[in-house]
Design a protein around this ligand. Structure first.
Ligand code: HEC
Ligand code: HEC
Length: 213
């Protein structure tokens, strides 16, 4: 059971490095979000773009997670040519506000699992819920929480996210181009997943509900 100490360490680090911010205001955040809608859509649902760069759903993600990602893009910890021009316009207050705004929107459905066959979805479910010990892959839900719907500020909900986006993130970790996670937690998992596994787990997660209600 090495899992628990690792999780505690992650949570501890996240608390220590937390950003000291003025109180977030979702109403101000809505105004800031006007420039985000072209991609993330008015309802925060984003878009699954097969074969292209999918826009993640932001609606219902944890506010502290969203704000960490925006700070990471801004500092260059996480890189995205699409996001860079937009985060560079945001100061700390705007980041907190826009994060509160998206966190408060009701989660929408994940897309992109439609074409996956039964066997693929089954493999995806196995990885997400039970892991695969023959490849030293722990289940996604051991960190991402019950139903993979997220656990606190550190572990984002991945159920109900678009398959295309989940896939590109796992591939980015595998290739070492996304490395803004604490202690390489995701990198060490993504490197053990084959391309078929990535496809399978992304398809299954996209077909699941993002929230318990
Ligand atoms: C031109 C399209 C576009 C616009 C406009 C845009 N984004 Fe994004 N956004 C993306 C893409 C593409 C990604 C995924 C990039 C990657 O692979 O890291 C992303 C990722 C994100 C993420 C990370 C989500 C996660 O689950 O980790 C957040 C948060 C985010 N955007 C917020 C915003 C906000 C806030 C704005 C407006 C101020 C904005 N975006 C404007 C395209 C856009
Ligand atoms: C040991 C803990 C751990 C396990 C197990 C784990 N993850 Fe993660 N995952 C994380 C952390 C921490 C982050 C947030 C990284 C950051 O702050 O940018 C993350 C982020 C992600 C993201 C990015 C979400 C977004 O909105 O950008 C995806 C996709 C993801 N994980 C998929 C998976 C899948 C699929 C599995 C199972 C095969 C899995 N994870 C297992 C810790 C874990």
């Amino acid at each position: 059971m090495k899992k628990i100490p690792i999780m505690l360490t992650v949570l501890g680090l996240a608390t220590c490095s937390g950003f000291a911010l003025a109180e977030a205001d979702a109403t101000r955040g809505a105004a800031t979000a006007a420039v985000c809608m072209a991609c993330h859509q008015a309802d925060g649902s984003g878009m699954n773009i097969p074969g292209g760069e999918s826009w993640p759903r932001l609606a219902g993600l944890d506010a502290a997670y969203i704000s960490k990602q925006l700070h990471d893009y801004k500092s260059g910890e996480r890189s995205s040519a699409s996001m860079m021009p937009f985060v560079s316009m945001l100061d700390d207050q705007k980041i907190a506000d826009v994060a509160a705004y998206y966190a408060g929107l009701p989660a929408t459905k994940g897309k992109g699992s439609g074409s996956a066959d039964e066997a693929t979805l089954k493999r995806g479910q196995q990885l997400a819920e039970r892991g695969d010990w023959s490849r030293y892959v722990v289940s996604c839900k051991s960190c991402h929480g019950p139903g993979n719907q997220g656990a606190g500020a550190v572990f984002p909900g991945i159920a109900g996210q678009h398959a295309g986006y989940i896939k590109t993130q796992l591939q980015a970790w595998k290739a070492g181009t996304r490395k803004n996670d604490t202690q390489d937690l995701m990198g060490s998992i993504a490197r053990r997943l084959s391309d078929d596994d990535i496809h399978a787990v992304a398809a299954w997660l996209a077909s699941q509900s993002a929230s318990a209600n």
